[in-house]
Design a protein around this ligand. Structure first.
Ligand code: XMP
Length: 517
């Protein structure tokens, strides 16, 4: 499903920058719809999609590299306003007859540009001298004919350039990163003053469009949706329910690896608050039996994934007239699968449950294929969903199964559930839950000596893991106040039988991972 209304659109061509998704997010923050496509996206398709402006992203290559990303030069004849960022600017200059100097030395980090000519791109910025973020080796040393200099730095004559005839712009710095003061203003100028976009992208319009599309596509047939309690599937269920009511059948599988009271909470929220038809499957015993004696994390994942498909499939087969399967797929997953390079694809592959749609022969309904996570949260808010669901931390499919190191048992799961609940309660009480990207407890199969009252104890160790991250690909440990750590530790050791020692994980990713298994 794609957005079908006549929205003003910006096309971002990805030349491999680590910041490409950030550019897209910044554009959307201005209320303008945008799409990312690989640098070699078909010109006919670009023409057809009729973007109001094109942004060429940066990238790690030099235009002189053997395998440098080059697009069809016809792109420069489309007469669509263009902004080249870093490599995008160098590539544009190179293709149009300018000169790019190769440099082994990278300029990385903070720099100051001086604006040398008034121009729409810098309209409304506060100063002639701007702090910007640079990350480049090569630089443009001679601009193509018809181009003008707009800004320079001590190290680079052409920090920003412009072609009045073509309506093309180039910036050597990165306006999309927060370290570029006025970066948002500069991007906004490209969208509204140069490309004449209107700010028509908002979640209210999005919801209306999607409801319309879903009704049209589904007709009088049924959709099934695997509800996990996480943000994406929850918001998807509420949106689809708004569109087709009881034709939506949600299936919630309790695999025995959920957080404390999770099964009850999900049922209550969706049945009582949203009046969504929810099929609850208690499969705890089946999962635990299948996992008996298993130590290896990847094997645990495989068993949990396979079992989930089997249980879900069984339930789905009991429902009549089902032709669709709803999934909360997000835009970053879509970009990754269409990306010409997709460097992160292999790292994340183990995270996909996979197999559901292929096996079940159902058509997919993925209402959030164009959205970033923060936009899904806005949709949820617009749909009147409680903050408690919208702001939830991500929770992995294999659940607590990968947070107990080694063999699983119901007893260990219950211990972990209690400790985990204490921690979440304490960080909510301290008002820091929403500042943390993911927080959880890990139970180690390591016993140590303690003393409680007059008694010597010999019990398990719990690890507190709290991280800051944007997308889970990299992460740093959260600098949580000592008092909060102290309160969590105290309560866990006092209230949870089976744990007598609590430690805090201060490893970043990479080289560690967020989960312990
Ligand atoms: P790692 O441990 O790889 O985790 O740094 C990054 C993010 O992915 C989540 N994660 C998973 N999610 N199935 C999932 O659905 C999995 O097998 C899985 N393993 C890790 C993890 O919780 C973190 O948010």
């Amino acid at each position: 499903m794609t957005v079908t209304t006549a929205l003003d659109k910006i096309l971002i061509l990805d030349f491999g920058s680590q910041y490409t998704q950030l550019i897209a997010r910044r554009v959307r923050e201005h209320g303008v719809y945008c799409e990312i496509q690989p640098f070699n996206h078909d010109i006919a398709k670009i023409r057809e999609s009729n973007p109001k402006g094109i942004i060429l992203s940066g990238g790690p290559s030099s235009v002189y590299d053997e395998n440098a990303p080059f697009c069809d030069k016809e792109l420069f004849n489309l007469q669509i306003p263009m902004l080249g960022i870093c490599y995008g600017m160098q590539y544009m200059s190179y293709c149009l007859g300018g000169k790019v100097d190769r440099s082994e030395k990278r300029e990385y980090g903070r720099a100051y540009i001086g604006i040398t000519k008034d121009n729409s791109l810098f309209e409304g910025v506060n100063s002639r001298q701007l702090e910007v973020w640079m990350s480049h080796g090569d630089k443009v040393s001679a601009i193509p004919e018809g181009f003008l200099q707009l800004a320079n730095t001590d190290n680079c004559d052409f920090a920003a350039v412009y072609s009045p005839n073509r309506n093309f712009y180039g910036v050597q710095f990165h306006p999309e990163v927060v370290h570029t003061s006025e970066g948002s203003k500069i991007l906004g100028n490209f969208l509204f003053k140069i490309s004449n976009c209107s700010a028509s992208w908002n979640m209210k319009n999005f919801i209306e469009t999607k409801i319309h599309e879903i009704r049209k596509e589904v007709g009088d047939r049924n959709i099934i949706c695997g509800l996990s309690g996480g943000v994406d599937s929850s918001v998807a269920a509420v949106l689809i329910h708004r569109a087709i009511g009881d034709q939506l059948k949600c299936i919630f599988v309790n695999n025995g690896l959920l957080r404390q009271n999770e099964a009850e909470k999900v049922q209550k929220t969706f049945r009582d608050n949203f009046h969504i038809e929810l099929i609850y499957v208690d499969a705890e015993e089946r999962f635990l039996r299948a996992l008996e004696g298993i130590q290896d994390p990847e094997q645990k994942r495989k068993i949990i994934g396979r079992k989930f498909i089997r249980v879900f499939d069984e339930e789905a087969n009991k429902i009549k007239n089902v032709e669709f399967l709803a999934q909360g797929t997000l835009y970053p997953d879509v970009i990754e699968s269409i990306s010409s390079k997709g460097p992160s694809a292999t790292i994340k592959s183990h995270h996909n449950v996979g197999g559901l749609p292929d096996k079940m022969n159902l058509k997919l309904i993925e209402p959030f294929r164009e959205l970033f996570k923060d936009e899904v949260r806005l949709v949820g808010k617009e749909l009147g969903m409680p903050d408690e669901i919208i702001n939830r931390h991500p929770f992995p499919g294999p659940g607590l199964g990968i947070r107990i190191l080694g063999k699983l048992s119901k007893e260990k799961l219950d211990i972990l559930r209690k400790a985990d609940a204490v921690m979440i309660e304490e960080i909510k009480k301290a008002g820091i839950y929403n500042d943390i990207w993911q927080a959880f407890v890990v139970l180690l199969p390591v016993k140590s000596v303690g003393v409680m009252g007059d008694e010597r104890t010999y019990e398990n160790t719990a690890v507190l893991r709290m991280v800051e991250s944007v997308d889970g690909m990299t992460a740093d440990w959260s600098k949580v106040p000592y008092e909060v750590l102290g309160a969590i530790s105290n309560r866990i050791i006092n209230e949870v039988n089976g744990i007598n020692r609590v430690v805090y994980d201060i490893s970043s990713k990479p080289p560690s991972t967020i989960e312990w298994e």
